[in-house]
Design a protein around this ligand. Structure first.
Ligand SMILES: Nc1ncnc2c1ncn2[C@@H]1O[C@H](COP(=O)(O)OP(=O)(O)OP(=O)(O)O)[C@@H](O)[C@H]1O
Ligand SMILES: O=C(O)c1ccc[n+]([C@@H]2O[C@H](COP(=O)([O-])O)[C@@H](O)[C@H]2O)c1
Length: 229
């Protein structure tokens, strides 16, 4: 198998998120996953993310900021599949639709942060996800994976964990790889809070994204979410 990623049969690595807005922590783990797995990372903004209150910026703004953040970066691409679907962006629905188009054999992996992963048992049909994709779990400041995993998740992980990236290229789904990247202590919540309270948050953002937020006055007031792109 070609682990280099250009083949249509190579590992497809999806990185779903609200990206409200995309920040340097997101880009750091995407690059770490690219380095570990040798394939491009498809950053997939959720149109209507489950299990959280509505984003501060509309989907069109969030996708535009992502496109600016990855422009010219050959390791990262924006994947718009969840923007093209009505209703809540449940991951299991996204993966079923993907499997209908690519079939059962191509390896697929989902990149998630440790805080998302420890909440996996709250996701829709969470156990079915392991039949559809691998997981690549990025460590995150404040979320020690070994301590925070609920027992039902730890039981699933115990039989699936691998330290070998090659295992994710060798089967379609079902393995869990831990990504030990340098931690970037950044969150979109803190970025939004800083902007709302009048503080610049540029150090945590790609410069084009910071300029876009300023230009469209995003996150400064509640009406900005649906303002035109
Ligand atoms: N600094 C980070 N380190 C590791 N993982 C991260 C980091 N920031 C985000 N992630 C992961 O990226 C994915 C998408 O995150 P999301 O867009 O919700 O960003 P966030 O910073 O967690 O946002 P918010 O504060 O609004 O919840 C999630 O799986 C999350 O765990
Ligand atoms: O499918 C679910 O039930 C589900 C519940 C929570 C989160 N997710 C997905 O997990 C990814 C990260 O979510 P978030 O809220 O941290 O941006 C994003 O792709 C979400 O759609 C999915």
């Amino acid at each position: 198998m070609n682990a280099g990623g250009s083949s249509t049969q190579g590992l497809l690595l999806l990185y779903g998120g609200t990206f409200d807005p995309v920040h340097l922590g997101h880009l750091a783990i995407a690059h770490a996953a690219h380095a570990a797995l040798g394939v491009s990372v498809h950053l997939m903004p959720a149109a209507d993310p489950p299990h959280r209150s509505p984003p501060g910026a509309g989907a069109a703004h969030r996708a535009r900021m992502l496109e600016m953040a990855v422009a010219g970066d050959r390791a990262l691409v924006v994947d718009r599949r969840e923007l093209e679907r009505e209703g809540r962006s449940y991951t299991v629905d996204t993966l079923h639709a993907l499997r209908e188009s690519i079939g059962p054999l191509r390896p697929v992996a989902l990149l998630v942060g440790a805080d998302s992963f420890v909440a996996l048992p709250e996701w829709k049909h969470w156990q079915a996800l392991f039949d559809l994709a691998h997981f690549v779990v990025a460590e995150r400041e404040g979320y020690p994976l070994d301590e925070r995993q609920p027992a039902e998740l730890a039981a699933e992980v115990a039989t699936r964990i691998t330290a070998e990236a090659a295992d994710l290229h060798a089967s379609p789904a079902g393995r869990v790889l831990r990504l030990r990247q340098p931690l970037a202590d950044v969150s979109a919540t803190r970025v939004r809070e800083a902007i709302r309270s009048g503080n610049a948050s540029h150090a945590r953002l790609p410069p084009e994204v910071a300029a876009y937020i300023d230009r469209h006055r995003l996150y400064a007031n509640p009406g900005a979410a649906s303002a035109p792109v």
